[in-house]
Ligand binder design. Structure first.
Ligand SMILES: *[C@@H]1O[C@H](CO)[C@@H](O)[C@H](O)[C@H]1NC(C)=O
Length: 293
């Protein structure tokens, strides 16, 4: 009897641990090839240290990119990126999640390059059911070309949080109660790419890519993925609710995180679709929550 209770205790303890213990305070770096493979222009990707670090090269012939092997419904995804140094005007470095369906969901980080010494812009966006138009833009509080910084997405049924290092720079709450669609039933793959977008990226397209400075090089490491892997057409995740990112402490930001988000909002935000009455005359319902930040 005593041993049965003990066994039950051990089972319960290990279940509790499965839910919480895996939460990565510092995601462990993994080699590129474990989670990712090149998508196009394979010869424009360079590998270092056995694939623990890579570079994407952009020249006037082509950009390049890579994508995750798996697709995921919810999880925590991060990439350590060092942006194109020097004159990067016209280039866009992207790290995003996207589903494959026609009414697709998407979670975007896009880093818009600039002339030497001028600041990058980080644009984020969320697409639900094929509809985007939810851009926010910030300046960063550091030069992203000088060192690697970690860009991460936390995605669960309650919220999508964009992090720069450990600072939440944006939160997109599940506002189903307000009639807003939230990505919850379409698995997403993770994509990274470097390409030329000088028709819009820098000062709205005024600054053109200076091809005499090519190749433009962005560096990547980390390659961390902690998600519920699901087949592309799955409607739910097998371990839904049981993973660390589903647990109560990840369903909302804590007080310190809200403070840091407010700091980003006050000091670094340069555009927010929620306050752009010219382009979007009717306040999108989820923006009512955004106003409280
Ligand atoms: C580039 O620098 C200019 C001048 O400082 C600034 O107005 C602009 O917002 C910067 N970023 C981009 C991506 O255009």
């Amino acid at each position: 009897m005593g041993s049965q209770i003990w066994t039950l205790f051990l089972i319960l303890a290990s279940l509790a641990c499965a839910a919480h213990c895996a939460a990565p305070r510092t995601p462990v770096p993994v080699p590129f090839g474990r989670n990712y493979y090149p998508t196009w222009a394979f010869d424009h990707i360079k590998y270092f240290n056995g694939g623990s670090e890579i570079q994407l090269h952009l020249d006037k012939y082509t950009g390049t990119g890579f994508q995750s092997k798996g697709s995921y419904l919810f999880g925590h995804f991060s990439m350590d990126i060092k942006m194109v140094p020097g004159d990067s005007a016209g280039t866009v470095t992207a790290f995003y999640l996207s589903s494959q369906n026609s009414e697709h969901d998407e979670i975007d980080f896009e880093f818009l390059g600039n002339r030497s010494g001028q600041p990058y812009i980080l644009q984020t966006n969320v697409f639900t059911g094929g509809k985007g138009d939810k851009e926010q833009r910030i300046f960063l509080w550091f030069d992203p070309t000088k060192a690697f910084h970690r860009y991460s997405v936390l995605w669960n049924l309650y919220q999508i949080v964009f992090f720069v290092d450990d600072v939440p720079i944006r939160v997109f709450k599940n506002s189903k109660d307000l009639g807003v669609r939230f990505p919850f039933d379409q698995p997403m793959k993770i994509y990274n790419s470097l390409w030329n977008a000088d028709d819009w990226a820098t000062r709205g397209g005024l600054e053109k890519t200076d091809w005499s400075k090519a190749p433009f090089i962005a560096s990547y490491k980390g390659f961390h993925i902690d998600g519920c892997e699901a087949s592309v057409n799955a409607k739910f995740c097998a371990t839904q609710g049981k993973s660390w990112w589903d647990q109560p402490e990840f369903r909302d930001l804590d007080a310190a995180q809200w403070r840091r988000l407010r700091w980003v909002r006050q000091k670094y935000t340069i555009y927010n679709y929620c306050t752009d009455r010219k382009r979007i005359p009717i306040l999108p319902p989820e923006c009512k929550r955004d106003r409280d930040i």
